[in-house]
Design a protein around this ligand. Structure first.
Ligand code: GDP
Length: 346
């Protein structure tokens, strides 16, 4: 590197360090500075090794100021109306003097490398409001990692004073389970007129829902929406009751009617009152802490092991042997375990 190049490089490094100084970011976040919040989340999402410690510092600082919000998960297949709903619902919450953060987990399609949530401008009006903060998570290669970072982003948003956090995910993969374990209330959006098998919604996802919304219940679609609502209501009755005493319901909504958005909020509020009173709200959050502790530990252990010297190379060799029929799958796994884990213990 030439002298001036080196100087430029050093300067940009210094600038980056200042920009991502965790203590400064924390102060900015506490002061409600959205740029600091955005940079804080970028820091959490960074894959640079040298950022990991700063990110952990930031989360540690924010944690004592987190927790004071309602965390709402929203899922449904592409096209069901998630962004239209969140835009409308978010504006309704702002009317009710809430500050709304939207975090979207977007598992990019592995095949095309494209984004499922799409590049279209989403939630245009909401994004202009100073009471709102919208942030799509970048598509990551490990869903677990993305989800953990989303959960930590929730803490940052709460420390910045956002009291309604919406976590959006596309209802086609396993991401719902992760989202379900980081929110207080889970909303499932469904289309009318299409069977649930067509929508790729698994029974397990329906079972997680605290409220099921049949979307686009306006104009000619209103009758079919009501029919679908009743069908879903009957299906929900078949699930065993929740330990938190909440009974999931189905409602039909049009994102273009503010009274529908208001009705959805009333339901969530009812849920909060019930579960706060019977303590299941805080109990559920404690359970989630435990879940994420275990998940994070698993992720760390795996990351450590996969990063061991020679691990990947040996993996490739064994995979080739497996392909050639020289080993069984179990035999190959055992081989790796002996060579890396047992040796590591000693
Ligand atoms: P997403 O992919 O789940 O985020 O779905 P979008 O919010 O982008 O909505 C998909 C399409 O459905 C868009 O063309 C919306 O205008 C339309 N849409 C969404 N909500 C409603 C609604 O309540 N009523 C009607 N009539 N159309 C809607």
């Amino acid at each position: 590197m030439k002298g001036d190049q080196l100087e430029n490089w050093l300067n940009s490094r210094k600038k980056r360090k200042e920009l991502y100084d965790p203590q400064k970011l924390f102060e900015g976040i506490r002061a409600g500075d959205r740029h600091a919040l955005a940079r804080g989340i970028t820091l959490l999402e960074s894959r640079r090794k040298e950022d990991a410690e700063a990110a952990a510092h930031l989360v540690r600082e924010c944690l004592p100021f987190s927790g004071n919000s309602i965390r709402i998960g929203i899922t449904g297949v592409p096209g069901v109306g998630k962004s239209t709903f969140i835009e409308s619902f978010g504006l309704e919450l702002i009317e009710r003097k809430k500050k709304v953060a939207v975090l979207a987990i977007d598992p990019s399609s592995e095949k095309t490398g494209g984004s499922i949530l799409g590049d279209k401008t989403r939630m245009e009006q909401l994004s202009l409001r100073k009471e709102a903060f919208i942030r799509p998570s970048p598509a990551g290669d490990s869903l677990g990692g993305v989800a953990r970072k989303t959960r930590e982003s929730i803490f940052l948003c709460e420390a910045a004073g956002f009291d309604a956090i919406i976590v959006e995910t596309v209802g086609v993969g396993q991401s719902e389970t992760s989202v379900h374990s980081m929110v207080d209330f889970f909303l499932l959006l469904m289309l009318s007129g299409a069977g649930d098998e067509l929508q790729g919604i698994k029974r397990g996802i329906m079972e997680m829902a605290d409220l099921l919304l049949v979307t686009k219940a306006d104009g000619e679609n209103e009758k079919t929406a009501e029919k679908a609502r009743r069908t879903y209501q009957n299906a929900l009755h078949l699930f065993p009751p929740n330990s938190n005493k909440w009974t999931a319901e189905s409602m039909k909504v049009s994102a273009f009617r503010s009274e529908d958005m208001s009705a959805v909020w009333e339901k969530i509020d009812e849920f909060c009152k019930l579960t706060t009173e019977n303590l299941s709200f805080s109990h559920n959050r404690k359970k989630q802490d435990l879940y994420w502790f275990r998940e994070s530990l698993k992720e760390m252990i795996l990351g450590h092991i996969y990063g061991m010297e020679g691990f990947q190379e040996r993996m490739n060799e064994l995979e080739a042997m497996l392909g050639a029929g020289q080993l069984s799958s179990f035999g190959a796994a055992e081989e790796m375990f002996k060579e890396f884990i047992l040796k590591w213990r000693r």
